[in-house]
Design a protein around this ligand. Sequence first.
Ligand code: LIP
Length: 265
Amino acid sequence: MVIRSALLNVMMAAARKAARSLLRDYGEVENLQVSRKGPADFVSSADLKAEKTLRAELKKARPGFGFLLEEGGEVAGDDKSQRWIIDPIDGTTNFLHGIPNFCISIALERDGELVAGVVYQPLGDEMFHAEKGAGAFLNERRLRVSARRKLEDTLIATGIPFHGRPGHEVFLKELAAVMPTVAGIRRFGSAALDLAYVAAGRCDGYWEAGIKPWDIAAGVVLVRESGGYVTDYDGGSRMLDTGEIVAANDHLHQSLLRLLKTARA
Ligand code: LIP
């Protein structure tokens, strides 16, 4: 039986409450695929509904904390040292197309440091959670990053730029460098779950550019607390500012970082 802090219990309860409406909406999206208008507006209302629930539950539990919300933006709290960083649906495009790989991501930042994260994948009832210094868990199971040491044995996740997003050419250079070096590359469509999968050892690494703070904040805590390394492209910790991230187990992080840096040179 995992003993969790009151803070994590608050975060997990909020995620479960928001997931109830999200699962109902996801079922509806599948029916809307064939409608002429498509489900885009419906998904944005699902996004807003989930975010409203998360904000209400977390404000009730910690009234003074601020927020950084994917839809609602920055909301200052009375307590200037603490803010929630929330993505109500990470993997929105998957959700829109009825692809079962999306999650709710909630992180707590205290004095500029990410100290707790919850990534909840409601379809599989997979609650990834971690708090600084207390380890990372999937439901009741303690998580550890993979032990693979050779890039040729690894499965690496990434995100691919698309219409309206920058970085197509540089991504192709990165892909050309990584592709022949590893056992496989996956584009799952949710940065938060990509990081959760690294923390769980399902993937050995993940990289992406052009990513938002709410996509990665919770996953950063998961990877760190499961013994992995997470940096920006320069090996620093400014991922939320730069929108660039490289995460991997402790044996591989430097190799992956170097590979990507060479590709971009
Ligand atoms: C998504 C990220 C994903 C990225 C997508 C999108 P959203 O976030 O989680 O890694 O490749 O382009 O940004 O929009 O689903 O919250």
